[in-house]
Design a protein around this ligand. Structure first.
Ligand SMILES: [Zn+2]
Length: 332
């Protein structure tokens, strides 16, 4: 039988050992997992170089193609998306860039003869550097997400999309809203064979409604209409404001507003609406627009790519779904 004093000593010893394990092993491990430097994956030297105009500073920097793609994927797709979706984004971003390295883009050349691409998403693709990634994700997120993106880029290194042996223009958008994608000819002047409407669903998180309210005078200013001058009774009737035509996928192709016909894409851009899948409601001296989805809805739907990746599709299957009749190629 142990004496009471011996039992007390053993109990104390156990407490000391547990405390020592916590302080010497568990705590350093937890701190390391949270803040420790992890090996940063590196992209090897690249013979294909990109002259990138950083639109915020108006300075041109030179970087390797694959290094450029890392910054584009980081800027253009949420890093928490599954690896196969990030890989699909990397291939689309690379195809876009290589096409502009081969055939200079007049929009960027107008700004700078030396630059191949701009980091301004309104001109080319968005691009962020490592400092911006740290700001967006914090140090712990940076360690995880940057390596995840670099892996997606390295695993698809050099891969591009071709149609009839030529590089395609792989446009993409955030979310089709679950309606399926759109024919390019419904949004732009040209109907491109590989940019056709395809089914897309299973991404409810990308289908949230957004609303935007505009005073009638503001609508008139932006759209060149005469809505504020109409009597209230006419505004609430169906004849003064109506959808004239819908696209193949059911989005707004053209509207008639107080006798003026305007295309859905024009309404979207002039009002800064999230998509052309919109409806409206009259409010006192104002109109409330409700939209679903985000972007022009042509080409790859990023939320759809995420949904397909989560359903087990790989990068190539995702890309071949959104870009009709294309094949995977390699940059030479
Ligand atoms: Zn979609």
């Amino acid at each position: 039988m142990l004496r009471r004093s011996q039992r007390k000593r053993i109990k104390l010893a156990v407490i000391y050992i547990v405390a020592a394990v916590l302080v010497l092993v568990v705590l350093p491990w937890a701190l390391y997992s949270l803040f420790g430097e992890r090996e940063e994956l590196q992209i090897q030297e690249d013979t294909i170089r990109v002259q990138l105009l950083r639109h915020e500073s108006n300075k041109i920097i030179e970087l390797g193609l694959e290094e450029y793609i890392v910054g584009v994927v980081a800027a253009e797709m949420p890093a928490a998306f599954p690896p196969e979706a990030l890989k699909a984004q990397a291939v689309a971003a690379r195809t876009y860039a290589v096409k502009r390295l081969q055939v200079p883009d007049p929009r960027i050349k107008k700004i700078s003869l030396q630059a191949d691409l701009s980091s301004d998403p309104a001109i080319n693709q968005a691009w962020i550097d490592n400092d911006e990634m740290k700001k967006r994700w914090g140090i712990t997120g940076y360690n995880t997400y940057r390596n995840k993106i670099v892996s997606a880029v390295l695993e698809t290194r050099g891969q591009v999309l071709l149609y009839g042996g030529q590089l395609i223009d792989p446009v993409y958008h955030a979310s089709c809203g679950g309606k399926g994608t759109e024919n390019s000819g419904e949004v732009w002047k040209y109907d491109i064979p590989y940019l056709q409407a395809v089914a897309c669903s299973g991404h409810p998180e990308g289908n949230k409604e957004a609303t935007a309210v505009f005073q009638l005078t503001e609508l008139d200013r932006r759209l060149g209409t005469q809505l504020a001058a109409l009597p209230a009774a006419k505004l609430t009737g169906n004849s003064s404001l109506k959808i004239n035509e819908k696209t193949v996928s059911g989005r707004v192709k053209s509207v008639s507003l107080a006798g003026k016909t305007i295309s859905g894409t024009e309404v979207r851009s002039k009002l800064g609406l999230s998509s052309t899948w919109f409806s409206w409601q009259m409010e006192k001296n104002a109109i409330k627009f409700t939209t679903i989805g985000y972007g022009h809805a042509v080409g790859m739907c990023q939320y759809g790519a995420k949904a397909l990746a989560m359903a087990g599709k790989n990068c190539e299957e995702i890309l071949l779904h959104y870009y009709t009749g294309v094949t995977m190629g390699k940059v030479k």
